[in-house]
Unconditional design. Structure first.
Length: 223
């Protein structure tokens, strides 16, 4: 289910960046985009309900990845060569978040809390870091404005520090702290119940969906 949050963000991002027909504009707007994506996922689960559990998990993830690949193919067709610099910055944000996840997240879980290290715990960290890096790249390098009032408040508070890019850096540190604290608060990787797993899955969505929304919106709409 984890990659499907990225699908939601991508769909919502395209809604804001591309002029769609009235019906598609309604279906892909927030919060209806979440409902429509959820219905698509539910339909997929019904279709594969009789398959073994490991196959259902693999099909669920791969189907979302396939949708994301198709969306980015469309973006590349729209933006290259005019928006190549924007795509490079988006790529830097994603790669930077992945590197920080491996460095900070991996080090934290391996030394401070080794029982929590698994793909889901690291996934939560990556989701929130990529939200922070895409937001930071957008503000610092692409001239965007943060519209989430809570995130904007954190960034504005960080800008009071006499350091370059202190606002977006503060936002990144806050997001990282929240992700690490949440994963550490819940049960160990080999002892989580379904509710704790569900909390982590949805926590990843709160980072991954806006991050993908940022990436798609930047890639399509910025010059």
């Amino acid at each position: 289910m984890f990659p499907w949050f990225a699908v939601v963000g991508a769909v919502y991002g395209m809604n804001e960046a591309v002029e769609l027909s009235p019906i598609l504009a309604i279906l892909t707007a927030s919060p209806i985009a979440y409902l429509m994506t959820g219905l698509a996922l539910l339909g997929l689960w019904i279709g594969i309900a009789k398959r073994p559990a490991h196959e259902r998990a693999r099909i669920t993830a791969l189907s979302a990845v396939a949708i994301l690949v198709m969306i980015w193919i469309v973006i590349l067709a729209i933006r290259i060569p005019a928006g190549l610099d924007v795509l490079v910055w988006v790529g830097i944000a994603i790669v930077g978040a992945a590197a920080l996840t491996g460095l900070v997240g991996g080090l934290f879980f391996a030394t401070v809390d080794p029982g929590r290290v698994d793909w889901l715990g690291l996934g939560v960290v990556f989701a929130h870091l990529v939200d922070a890096t895409t937001t930071g790249i957008g503000i610092a390098m692409l001239g965007t404005v943060e519209r989430n009032p809570v995130a904007a408040w954190v960034i504005e508070g960080g800008e009071l520090l006499p350091v370059a890019y202190s606002g977006v850096s503060t936002f990144l540190v806050v997001k990282l702290f929240i992700a690490l604290a949440l994963v550490s608060f819940l049960g160990a990787a080999d002892a989580r119940d379904r509710y704790e797993t569900g909390v982590l899955v949805f926590a990843s969505g709160f980072g991954l969906a806006p991050a993908t929304h940022n990436a798609v919106l930047f890639a399509i709409s910025l010059p």
